[in-house]
Design a protein around this ligand. Sequence first.
Ligand code: PEP
Length: 254
Amino acid sequence: MSRRRFLAANWKMHKTIGEAVAFAREFLPLVKGADAEIAIAPPFPALAALGEALAGSNVALAAQNVHDQPSGAFTGEVSTAMLADVGCAWAIVGHSERRSLFGETDEFIARKAAALFAAGLRPIVCVGETLAEREAGRTFAVLEAQLAGSLAAVPAARAAELVIAYEPVWAIGTGRTATPEQAQEAHAMIRTWLRGRFADAADAIRIQYGGSVKPENAAELMAQPDVDGALVGGASLEPASFARIVLAREGASS
Ligand code: PEP
């Protein structure tokens, strides 16, 4: 089954409204007609303005996080309806920084993913092992537990719309990228797990790789059979750099 490559930018806590709009002006002409799905997740304050700048283009708007409850006394949080209202098509959930710095559990992430589907949005669900877990030979066990927990409430009828981001924690923001073989091994394991959970839909689910993806390594990572795109942090902050990743092809990298 052919899966359309999906490249998503995670800007984390970077860029003001003006910087986000300036990025869009420079980036959109570079990726016009690209043979890939593209999304950008700016910080919340830039969502509306970036959404306007991306309107009518081939680049979708994404959020970096969402709360599972529809409304209420949740200071600092944002609901799925608010994200839909501002034009988001996607939201990242379960990023390792949310898990490690803000204590998010698989159960909470599962509720967020279910809430996104219920609101007509789609989740990019992040999973990944730490260096200590990898060195202890626990990578697959950790991934299985995260998948089982985080995907517990995905409606079967919507499973094909799900996107998983495999992001080994030791590769995020460190400059240390997984080798294409390490990425493929983990992605293949995730695909096998997805087949057990979602049957035929598993072959339609995109699995992005994330962790120090750059223009120089994007093509060989995405040439792996189960690597269906990338979730990109640092290298997505410059328009030319992210465009080179979007346009990367095996044999024609950068
Ligand atoms: C990320 O934040 O999801 C990420 C992969 O970051 P970086 O590309 O900077 O490693």
